[in-house]
Ligand binder design. Structure first.
Ligand code: G3I
Length: 326
C-alpha cells in the first residue's frame, strides 16, 4: 500500500465516513481491491449481498455467506456498515416473482424477512436502507408489489418491523434522482413529512447521487439536504459515482470528475452530512460497466480508484476537500 496517509484517517479527523459498495467476489479474489478497501475507507455497503434475491435464491432458506463475508470484513477493519436494502422492487428472487400470494401472505412474508435479516445483523450493521426507491421519477408513489398489496403504509410497516427488532440501528429511506431540489426530491420530502406525521421510526434519508451524464448542482444539493435536516432527519450520500456522456465527454474528464467530487464533499461538510459512499471500490468493479447499455452511454471510470486500485485525481480531490476542514 501507499506510504501516504489513508483517506479514512483524514476523514476520521473531521468526523467523516468515506466508504464504498463492496462486491463479494471481488473482495474474495482481488487483493488490490481488498487492500484499497481496508486501507482507504472507514465505511462500506454490501453492493448486492443483502438484497432479497441474493439472500434468498431458494424459497424457505437464506444464504448469508456473501453478506457475512462483507459485514465481517468491515467489522474486522473498524468500518461503519450500511445495510442495503430490505424492501425494493428490484432483485427479488425468481421464485418470489412467480409466487401467487394474497396481500396478507405478502405482508407476513415481508415482516418475517425484515425481522430475520435485521435481527441477524443487529449488533453489526449501523444503518439500514429499509426502503429503496419507493418514489417514481415523476414524483408519484412507485406501484411496486409492496405498494399494490399494502398501499403506502408498506413503508410505515417496514420501518416499524426493523425498529422493533433493532431500535438502536439507524433506519433510512434511500433514493436516486432526488439529490438536488427538484420535482422528485419534493415528492420524497412530502413522503418524509407524511411518515413523520404518522410517527414512523425513520432516522434519515440516503441520497444516492449517481451523477451519470449530468451532475446535480452542489448548491442545490446542499439546499435540498438542509430541508430534510430541518425535518429532523439525517442525510447521507449513499451511492455516488460520476460519469460523463460517452459520446460527449469533457476535454479533461478525470479533472472534471475530481472537481465535482471535491465540490460535493465541500457541500457535505458545509451542511453537516458526514457520510459519502461511492458505489464501488474501483472502476473495474463499477456497475456502470455491466448495467444494461450504460457502458455505451457513459464513461466507465466513475470512482476514486482506477481499474488496478490506483488513486485517481478524484481521490485526491476528496482528500483535499476533507483536509481543508482542519
Ligand atoms: O450474481 C449473478 C451471477 O450469478 C450471474 O451469473 C450474473 C449474470 O446473470 O448475474 C449476477 O447478478 C447480477 C448482480 O448485479 C451481481 O453482479 C445481476 O444480474 C445484476 O442485475 C445486478 O446488478 C446490480 C443492480 O443494482 C441491480 O439492479 C448492480 O450490481 C448494483 O450495483 C446495482 O445497485 C443499485 C442499488 O442497489 C440501488 N441504487 C441503484 C444502484 C445501481 O443500479
Amino acid at each position: 500500500m501507499s506510504n501516504e496517509r489513508p483517506l479514512r484517517e483524514i476523514a476520521h479527523e473531521c468526523g467523516f465516513k468515506v466508504g464504498a459498495a463492496v462486491d463479494s467476489d471481488l473482495l474474495r479474489n482481488d487483493v488490490s481491491y481488498r487492500d484499497a478497501l481496508r486501507y482507504e475507507f472507514n465505511a462500506l455497503t454490501p453492493e448486492n449481498a443483502l438484497k432479497m434475491g441474493p439472500l434468498r435464491p431458494i424459497r424457505g432458506t437464506y444464504d448469508f455467506a456473501d453478506a457475512d463475508a462483507i459485514v465481517n470484513f468491515g467489522r474486522k477493519h473498524g468500518m461503519t456498515i450500511r445495510g442495503h436494502t430490505l424492501v425494493w422492487h428490484n432483485q427479488t428472487p425468481a421464485w418470489f416473482q412467480a409466487w401467487d400470494y394474497t396481500d396478507e401472505q405478502l405482508r407476513r412474508f415481508l415482516r418475517d424477512h425484515i425481522h430475520t435479516v435485521v435481527g441477524r445483523y443487529r449488533s453489526k450493521i449501523d444503518t439500514w436502507d429499509v426502503v429503496n426507491e419507493a418514489v417514481s421519477d415523476d414524483g408519484t408513489m412507485r406501484e411496486t408489489v409492496w405498494y399494490d398489496a399494502m398501499g403506502e403504509r408498506y413503508i410505515d410497516r417496514a420501518f416499524e418491523w426493523a425498529n422493533e427488532i433493532s431500535p438502536e440501528t439507524d433506519l433510512y429511506y434511500n433514493d436516486y434522482g432526488a439529490d438536488a431540489v427538484n420535482k422528485k426530491s419534493d415528492a420524497v420530502y412530502e413522503l418524509m413529512e407524511r411518515l413523520l406525521d404518522r410517527g414512523v421510526p425513520i432516522d434519515g434519508v440516503g441520497f444516492q447521487l449517481h451523477a451519470l451524464g449530468d451532475r446535480p448542482n452542489p448548491e442545490s444539493v446542499g439546499e435540498n439536504f438542509r430541508r430534510f435536516q430541518d425535518l429532523g432527519l439525517d442525510v447521507q450520500i449513499t451511492e455516488m459515482d460520476v460519469a460523463f456522456p460517452a459520446d460527449d465527454p469533457p476535454e479533461n474528464p478525470l479533472e472534471k470528475q475530481a472537481e465535482y467530487y471535491g465540490d460535493i464533499v465541500r457541500t457535505c461538510l458545509a451542511v453537516d452530512c458526514n457520510m459519502l459512499i461511492t458505489w464501488g471500490v474501483n472502476d473495474a468493479g463499477s456497475w456502470v460497466r455491466e448495467f444494461k447499455d450504460f457502458a455505451s452511454r457513459y464513461t466507465v471510470d466513475p470512482l476514486l480508484f482506477d481499474d488496478h486500485s490506483n488513486r485517481k485525481p478524484a481521490y485526491r480531490a476528496v482528500r483535499d476537500a476533507l483536509r481543508r476542514v482542519k
